[in-house]
Design a protein around this ligand. Structure first.
Ligand code: NIG
Ligand code: FE
Length: 419
């Protein structure tokens, strides 16, 4: 059989099969030594030992992966990638002792990014975001979830949504869009939180859902359920309406205070509960019995120099599906590298490199509804493949601060290459 591409001779091929990998099953790599991947029409037609695949297929082109690891493209299931400006000044304020929430309550934080982002056109928003996506791709993320949430009025949120749709259409990446109109109560609604929730429910969600056809994948809606942001009851109102309108739902929960948002998300059948740092034990137990993914975002505590991280072992003991993501945003963690997320997860979540890699691929794909297409190297899935410049997969995590991704293949095409 003639194929388009054979990636061969990998020191270690990781297929990362059988997702989602729940609880104690996390960390199955499906490792094949001297492995190969056969690709036709952008899809995987076979994986296995190089000698077997060479005997079976006649490739039109080949990529030599000797002395390298071959693995699925990273899936980053939580980012806030569309924004304008930066918050380097707030980083310095935090180093001097101010907390994230103090800065936010004083009118900085999310609102300071909102002021700059509101002023931008769709063109400008796409231009600001594209280089970040390119860098993420070069670091191995071939699929990325992107939230709105720096518009916080209907027109601006729609501009962010459209910028996401435009970047999705450009490719080569896959993008999953999430509406996060309830990211903060904007200053013009100060002390009128319920009126802002009404706006999200009655105007923004319907307006965004009308534009949904512009975007191919499932769209999600999310809420920042936190002290100083939205209560559990407000979050429930928003997510219930979102569900009726056909959105999948997600929730930012337990980043600073465990309010019960995770349990509420589980009740609503949320695709994921994200952050999950200060999650109460009963919420962990509820999530562990559900298909709601616990998405941990280690760059956030790291970015805030906070000592508490997701208690990953408790989640795994409860049988949860655990994924990891960058949370890339200008406030708490401007991190564009899923490799660095793996490094943090090994140290602070106490995951093994194998567990962290599965959390960053196959389980992450499940968290954004793309488990049938991406996240593992299995027959029939998209050929989203990384060639890693290391002879052993544990180098990802063990080493950090260097981009180990040599070649990025998206739907069977080389889309990024390290010089
Ligand atoms: O996930 N928690 C809310 N949202 C982001 C931070 C956004 C910002 O500070 O701009 C987060 O950490
Ligand atoms: Fe976030």
């Amino acid at each position: 059989m003639i194929i388009d591409l054979l990636i061969h001779s990998a020191a270690q091929l990781l297929t990362i099969p059988n997702g989602p990998q729940r609880g104690g099953a996390l960390g199955e790599l499906g490792l094949v030594e001297d492995g190969a991947v056969a690709i036709l029409d952008g899809k995987i037609v076979a994986v296995g030992p190089t000698s077997d695949l060479r005997a079976q297929f006649t490739p039109r082109s080949t990529l030599d992966a000797s002395r390298s690891v071959v693995m699925p493209g990273f899936v980053d299931p939580h980012t806030h990638l569309v924004w304008v400006g930066d918050r380097a000044n707030e980083f310095e304020m935090r180093l001097a002792g101010a907390t994230y929430m103090q800065i936010m309550n004083a009118g900085g934080g999310i609102m300071s990014t909102v002021r700059k982002t509101r002023a931008a056109s769709v063109d400008q928003l796409a231009e600001e975001t594209r280089p970040r996506l390119r860098r993420m791709l070069a670091h191995g993320a071939t699929t990325v979830e992107i939230k709105t949430g720096y518009g916080l009025d209907t027109a601006a949120e729609l501009r962010l949504w459209e910028a996401i749709a435009r970047l999705q259409a450009e490719g080569p990446w896959d993008i999953v869009p999430t509406f996060l109109g309830a990211h903060a109560v904007p200053e013009e609604y100060k002390d009128r939180e319920e009126a802002y929730v009404d706006l999200v429910v009655n105007e923004m969600l319907p307006a965004v859902s009308n534009q949904q056809s512009a975007i191919s994948n499932t769209a999600y809606a999310d809420v920042f359920c936190e002290e100083g942001a939205f209560t559990v009851e407000q979050s429930r109102r928003i997510l219930e309406r979102a569900r009726v309108l056909g959105f999948g739902v997600k929730i930012h929960a337990d980043e600073f205070v465990g309010l019960g948002g995770t349990r509420m998300g589980v009740e609503l059948g949320a695709a994921s509960a994200d952050h999950v740092v200060f999650t109460p034990d009963e919420d962990i137990a509820a999530l562990g019995k559900s298909n709601t993914v616990a998405v941990s975002l280690p760059p956030t505590p790291f970015g805030l120099a906070q000592k508490e991280y997701t208690p990953a072992k408790k989640f795994l003991d409860a049988g949860a599906i655990l994924a990891i993501a960058t949370d890339c945003n200008p406030g708490t963690g401007w991190c564009e590298s899923m490799q660095f997320v793996v490094a943090l997860a090994c140290r602070y979540l106490k995951l093994t490199p194998a567990q962290a890699l599965a959390a960053a691929t196959v389980n992450a794909a499940f968290a954004i509804g793309l488990a049938d297409r991406v996240g593992s190297l299995e027959v029939g899935k998209q050929a989203d493949v990384l060639i890693i410049d290391a002879p052993d997969y544990r180098h990802i995590g063990y080493r950090f601060g260097t981009n180990l991704v040599k070649t990025v293949i998206k739907r069977g095409q080389v889309v990024a290459e390290r010089e």
